[in-house]
Structures are given as C-alpha cells and as structure tokens.
Design a protein around this ligand. Structure first.
Ligand SMILES: [Zn+2]
Length: 365
C-alpha cells in the first residue's frame, strides 16, 4: 500500500454544488461536511476529474491516426512494439504510458462512467469486441485498472481510493492584509502538529509568525469579526508542503476549533449571476440567482491510497499509477473541478507528495 498526500490551492473560486437547496439568500449552495459544516471537495468529484484527466493524458500520447482507431493498435502484439512503430508521439514519452501493456486497449471512453456500447470497432473478428460490448470502458488500460471499471461480463474495483479534499488554510481579508485561518483540528487532520502551542480559547486568536514585529494584544478583523490576538513566534514552515508555504508563511491565524466553521462560512464568496435566455440572448425575467463558492487562495488537503493487488501480472505497478496521477494533476490548472467552470470557477493547483513509509510497505508485500 502506498499513500499519496495531496495539497491543492484554489486559483479560482470553487463551486461544487449540492444541486437544489436554498439556504438563506443563497440559491446555489455548495457541498459541506455534514458534521462541521465546513465546505469541501468530495472525494467522488476529485476521483472523477482525476480519471478524466488521466485518460486525456493517455490518449494524447497516441498519434491522431491511432487515437480514433484503437482496433489498429490492438493488432500489434505488445506495447513496446507499438512504441517502436512510432505510433506514440515521441516528444513526450512517459514510462507509465509506453511500458504498461494494457494501454494499447485504451479509449477516451475509459474516462467516463458511461456504459454505452463501444462504437470504435471496425473489425468483426475482434475478440475484444465481445469483451467491451456493454461498456465504454476498455477494462485493460491503466486508467481502468486504477479507477475501476464495469461492463456486462466483468467488473473490477480500482486500486486508487480518493479522500475528500478538506480545507486546511482559508484566506480572510484583514487589516494586516490577507491572512490564512486554520485551527488545531484542521491541522491535525493533515498531520501538522504545532508543538507547544495550545488551541486558543474563547474568542482569542493566535497570529503565527516567524517575524518579530508586533506582539499582538490589539484586535484583528477576520471578515466582520473583530477578535483580540496574541502573536506566537513559531516557524510552521518545516511542516508545510514546499509549494504552498511560500504563499502563507507568517500569515497564519490559529483560531479556536469551535469558531473555524463559523468564520469560514461567513467569508465564502457569494456571486450574483443572471440566467440568459438561449433564444433571445437576453436575460430572463426574474432570473437573478446567487451562488456561494470557496474563495481563491483556499488550501486543501487530502490523500490518495493505492492498494497493491495480489494478482499483479496484468496490473500496473504503483509507481506507474503514481506517475500517471502526477501527470494528470496539471489539468486542474486549466480545466478545473466542479461547476460553473465556464464562468471562471474551478481552477486549482494540485501538488502530489508521496508520503514516507509507503515504499517500506511495498517492499514487505
Ligand atoms: Zn480503459
């Protein structure tokens, strides 16, 4: 088993809707943790987009001619041969694509969850036609093996399990500029332990910084809340992931666990939009609606667990799967996650870290 830590930072507001509820003045509400009420990105959205981007990356390795006619690539015995035949774009050759033999069966349809018949076959004798008849999934490629597939004859659970992406640092505008709020509980969830710093009590907050400037005592405004604060001299940098610490170091405010949900929920982005009538191109009467979203700059944490399967001869290796996930992650920066991506929502940066100890487990098995 191997555990990949995932950090992400929203570069746009992120909207993942619940579909239909109206709370207060907001028409389109976002997904929240049922207990803490803190908004999150559900693991299902994360896994679904990662599957799509992995398939996209895999398909982009095939030249145009073979991308549209997988049957032609399947005639070739093995993947190395396929590669030698220069059917792949050589510019960007990737080990997880060119050495895992199941990949020659792959289709763009492996990206989705549909189970429509496969239309790609132009050859009646194709044995695999029967195999894929009832599903869009090929059932052989690294995408199908990683995320699972189902068809009439056969189905298999994937080897990758995606957690929710939970908020660990949330940006709030203050008179000191933008600060990122967090709480002991949120940090512990991500395995970040602040030694010698207790959780603040009551309505007090701690500004965690390495710079010695003011010692606190005054109040800091977190949105409309004005709270007294104490400056804690502490370097949290060693415990933070490389890519995110540049943004937030010395700008962290630790708030009591029982206040964090309240502060996050009162500082969400709320946008008002107008529905456009597709026939006239004008706005519809009474079609003003509001949507809430997680603001840009929010930092999330989650993990991806990869399970080693006992029958491994036709399975990709965990390092191949890891490489695929790494390569697929770049698509979040341009295509994003969640709803309203055409209105400038959803893009984020995703950073994947392999956690320590993962390789040890692999060696034992
Ligand atoms: Zn597939």
């Amino acid at each position: 088993m191997s555990d990949l830590k995932v950090y992400s930072m929203a570069s746009d507001p992120i909207y993942i809707g619940t579909g239909g509820y109206t709370i207060g003045r907001v028409d389109n509400t976002i997904v929240r943790d049922p207990i803490t009420r803190i908004p999150k990105i559900p693991g299902s959205s994360f896994a679904g987009t990662m599957r799509f981007y992995s398939a996209l990356e895999l398909q982009s390795a095939f030249k145009e001619k073979y991308r549209s006619k997988p049957a032609e690539r399947k005639k070739i015995e093995n993947i190395e041969e396929l590669f030698k035949e220069e059917l792949f774009n050589k510019v960007d050759k990737k080990e997880w694509i060119t050495t895992y033999s199941g990949n020659k069966w792959s289709l763009m349809k492996c990206a989705g969850q549909d189970d429509k018949p496969n239309e790609y076959y132009d050859n009646d004798e194709d044995i695999d036609k029967i195999d894929s008849e009832k599903s869009g999934h090929c059932g052989h490629c690294i995408v199908c093996k990683t995320f699972g597939y189902s068809k009439d004859s056969k189905s298999q659970q994937g080897i990758a399990f995606f957690s929710d992406l939970n908020i660990i640092f949330f940006p709030v505008y203050t008179r000191k500029g933008v600060m990122w709020i967090t709480s002991k509980q949120l940090l512990e969830f991500a395995g970040i332990i602040l030694r010698d710093i207790e959780s603040p009590q009551g309505e007090q907050v701690f500004v965690i910084t390495n710079e010695e400037s003011d010692k606190g005592g005054n109040a800091i405004n977190l949105g409309w809340l004005n709270l007294p604060y104490i400056t804690k001299n502490y370097s949290i940098e060693d415990e933070l992931q490389e890519d995110i610490k540049e943004y937030i170091k010395n700008k962290i405010v630790l708030v009591p666990d029982d206040l964090i949900s309240h502060i996050i929920n009162s500082n969400l982005e709320v946008r008002t939009s107008v529905s456009i009538d597709p026939l006239t191109g004008a706005s519809k009467q009474g079609a003003l609606f509001t949507s809430e979203a997680i603001p840009r700059g929010t930092i999330f944490y989650g993990d991806i667990r990869l399970m080693e399967r006992p029958v491994s001869n036709d399975m990709p290796s965990l390092s191949q799967v890891e490489a695929m996930i790494n390569d697929a992650s770049k698509y979040y920066e341009s295509f994003g996650i969640g709803g309203m991506v055409t209105r400038g929502f959803g893009r984020m940066k995703v950073f994947i870290d392999k956690s320590e100890g993962g390789t040890e487990d692999e060696q034992q098995s």
